[in-house]
Design a protein around this ligand. Structure first.
Ligand code: NAP
Length: 323
């Protein structure tokens, strides 16, 4: 698989990464054996960029189950892969407990992630959400100290505004920004974030590039979601929004048929086509989806295809807020 430079500080990653969150929580059943096979297959197929966070997954040892899973599965190839993790949100097993973006917490969270990941350095460390009570300059200052101490190689931010990004980048170079971006989440195109990322030479890592699974066409009805599936509480998956959003999927399915690819491949090919500074991290816990998604790189979109997709999923067409 091709590699790309992410940001301007020297980080190089595979053309697409793998989102590991759903292997441990949020999207229905968990199968650790299959999750491990998926991670191993990803390495075989050339993926070198893995996305996790300290708040993904809860097991007998508490939060961080996903970091533990990723670390133990990738231990033998640790030096050949980039593992990105995140800190900031606070949680219990069942509840969200706010945010802590203070330098003291960055240090504490980093130590805990290093331990769970069984590594001396976090390759890419994101502030998962900006703490509304801590200026972003302070949060990034704390992260910059972690770089100085050799505990973190590169710094990233998730879900920031243009203003926050500019302030943060003035404190320490930001290597990557992670934000939801897909055919049904195109806000970064108009809110100044994508433009600023490019102006500052920062890499862009779209999360949920498959619209949390919706754009793949595999979900036709809310009842397919397990009782504990996080998407049940997401406004875009409410009964009303679901029905309206299926119209977007129908358009994606139709064009995918013409292009002789799957809707998931078309949705990913669209994200990839947005630029060589963009590295999406589609998530899956299954090897069959992983293999299918990687082949999105073979789908070449013409100007006419891109125009059709613009008409199928114009900015603002999606029903329901992202959160
Ligand atoms: N920074 C943040 O705040 C943030 C927020 C959300 C996610 N993320 C990161 O971004 C990663 C990707 O986002 P995401 O997982 O939320 O959403 P996504 O990549 O848009 O979609 C994942 C969902 O799509 C399904 N899927 C994947 N490939 C498929 C295919 N070919 N056919 C049918 N279904 C398919 C998966 O099913 P299975 O579950 O059955 O495999 C899963 O339910 C996450 O894993 C996480 O690391 C970051």
């Amino acid at each position: 698989m091709d590699k790309l430079k992410l940001g301007s500080q020297g980080l190089e990653v595979s053309r697409i990464g793998l989102g590991c969150m759903g292997m441990s929580e949020f999207y229905g059943e968990i199968d650790e054996t299959e999750a491990k096979q998926t991670l191993e297959r990803a390495v075989e197929l050339g993926i070198s960029f893995f996305d996790t966070a300290d708040v993904y997954g809860w097991d007998a040892e508490g939060h961080g189950a996903n970091e533990r899973l990723v670390a133990k599965t990738l231990a033998s190839v640790r030096d050949d892969v980039t593992i990105a993790t995140k800190f900031g949100p606070l949680r219990s097993q069942t509840a969200h407990l706010g945010y802590d973006g203070s330098p003291a917490y960055a240090k504490k969270a980093c130590e805990a992630s290093l331990k769970r990941l069984g590594t001396d350095t976090i390759d890419l460390y994101y502030l998962h959400r900006v703490d509304p009570n801590v200026p972003i300059e302070e949060s990034v200052g704390g992260m910059a100290d972690l770089v100085k101490e050799g505990k973190v190689r590169y710094i990233g931010l998730s879900e920031v505004t243009e203003e926050q990004l500019r302030k943060a980048h003035a404190v320490h170079p930001i290597t990557a920004v992670q934000t939801e971006y897909s055919l049904w989440s195109r806000d970064v195109e108009s809110n100044g974030v994508l433009k600023t990322i490019r102006e500052l030479g920062i890499g862009f890592v779209p999360y949920s590039p498959l619209g949390r699974g919706f754009l793949t066409g595999a979900l036709k009805d809310r009842s397919q979601l397990a009782e504990n599936d996080w998407r049940r509480a997401n406004p875009r998956f409410s009964d009303e929004a679901f029905a309206q959003n299926l119209k977007i999927v129908e358009g994606v399915e139709k064009l995918a048929e013409e292009k002789r690819c799957t809707p998931a491949q078309l949705a990913l090919a669209w994200v990839v086509a947005q630029g060589n500074d963009i590295v999406p991290i589609p998530g899956t816990k299954r090897t069959k989806y992983l293999e299918q998604n990687i082949r999105s790189l073979e789908v070449k979109l013409t100007a006419s295809d891109l125009k059709k997709l613009d008409q199928i999923a114009p900015v603002g067409a999606t029903a329901g807020n992202r959160y």
